[in-house]
Write a new protein. Structure first.
Length: 231
């Protein structure tokens, strides 16, 4: 009976080579990656049989608050007390508040309402369909501060809201400046601080400035009153 030989692998060895083992490992790994790469998922707002309402996109849990949007001070964020606009500032009005309010007002409000708030801004002067009302008419002169905040937040008539462009803090800064504008156009002698001249003296400039630079104010000099000699 002839002697039968045991079949051998490539190279004459009866044991699997390291190359074959590595190739098998790569094949198993690739198959696993394919399963993970093509895994079950839902497209945005797609139909789903898993939930009773068949919506794959789930609503936030009731009471969820986005980071930075707690808005616990309702008056600061709405300008209203209940359903009515309030008539007080939520923080003290300082010189810095008015300066910031004037800066934001000149950017977002003056194009329609003008720098002095009379409604004769550049936009209506160029043919805009509806001229905004003046801040100095009796209706708006008596309007509570929260009314102006609410208009900036939610819009009014053909005026769009500016909630995306102006932060709540800056909206209140603008409200304070609007009230200052109203006072400036309707002030009486009793409203002028003691010792201030009427009208105020024009500013004196050290350098007039150019188209590329701002003018520089001259330092204030306090002159002592002349003493009249008795004759």
């Amino acid at each position: 009976m002839p002697h039968l030989r045991k079949p051998t692998l490539l190279g004459g060895s009866s044991q699997p080579s390291a190359a074959w083992l590595a190739l098998a490992a790569v094949m198993f790994t690739a198959a696993c990656r394919l399963d993970m790469h093509v895994q079950p998922r839902q497209n945005p707002l797609s139909y789903s049989d898993f939930y009773a309402d068949h919506r794959s996109a789930r609503p936030p849990v009731e009471g969820t608050v986005a980071r930075g949007q707690l808005n616990a001070d309702s008056y600061f964020y709405t300008g209203k007390i209940g359903n009515n606009p309030g008539d007080q500032m939520p923080f003290p009005v300082t010189k810095e508040v008015l300066e910031r309010g004037r800066e934001r007002y000149d950017i977002y409000c003056a194009p329609c309402h003008s720098r002095v708030g009379d409604g004769n801004g550049i936009v209506p002067s160029r043919g805009f369909a509806r001229k905004p009302p003046s801040y100095h008419i009796p209706r708006l002169a008596k309007a509570p501060l929260g009314y102006f905040y609410d208009v900036m937040t939610n819009g009014f008539g053909i005026m769009p809201d500016y909630a995306a462009q102006i932060t709540p803090q800056d909206r209140w800064n603008i409200v304070a400046y609007i009230r200052a504008l109203q006072l400036s156009q309707n002030a009486t002698a009793a409203d002028v601080p003691e010792g201030q001249k009427i009208p105020s003296e024009p500013p004196k400039f050290r350098e007039p400035g150019s188209g590329a630079t701002l003018p520089t104010l001259a330092p204030e000099t306090k002159s002592e009153p002349r003493k009249e000699e008795n004759q």
